[in-house]
Write a new protein. Sequence first.
Length: 288
Amino acid sequence: MSPARVSSARALVCIAAGIAHFLIASDATAQQRHASASTAHASAANVVIVVAHDFAFDLAPSIPGGLTTFELRNRGAQSHHLEIVRLDSGKTASDALAALLQAARGPRPAWLHSIGGPNAATPGESSNATLVLAPGSYLAFCEIPGPTAARHYMKGMVKPFIVTASGRPGALPPADIALNLVDFDFVLSHPLTRGHHVLAVSNAGSQRHMVAIKRFPNDYPAGTTASYAEIAERIGAPTAARAVAKACAANRLAVAIPCHRVVRSDGALSGYRWGVERKRALLKREST
């Protein structure tokens, strides 16, 4: 979801659970098949390593513009992402942080231009996003809420940087799947399949949106269940139980992604796109 974040701009994002790319239930053959494409892309883009801690980023104060891949490596104990905004001329990092704090979840000023960034990475994991950067002043920050619901930028997890003249001109790498964000849904050009994918993420909605792609934990086999809170904890977002429930309720892939095995903390059944009765029937079939 990624989380990948865009506002009115379009960004092409390679969502990753590794250094170079994101493999969804992939095998060795798929990894080999896409190795040459990943190598070609890596040689074309300037790669910027960003290390996340609780609550700070290690990021160079100045980077060349042009085609750029941001690789986020999470070394903290909480999940972090990297949202990048470009500031209009004359605005400072202090202005940007003050605007974020004032806006909170509301509309941000027009001089803050959201251009995207790597998805949320759980502790010890990585994610990446490829963007084309124009020269100017930028601010990177994390707005994932912690256990206290305070967003991480409120704890000082912000980092200003300058983009100089373009060092690696070029186009974004080709995407094989388009993911459009609308109010309030995701529209895929075609379903995700196992293997390596590059997603072109765009926002056609009237609000800011983000997308995070998480693999359903594979240690909840048939015949077992987990609560929404347990899944949220497993994916590194302990306060997102409600979001997990909404995601399960919106899942169009039914048994392929076994959201029917996720239940309320008290064991009650809810939040299933295909109806509670079908969910109950699936669970009964798997338990016998």
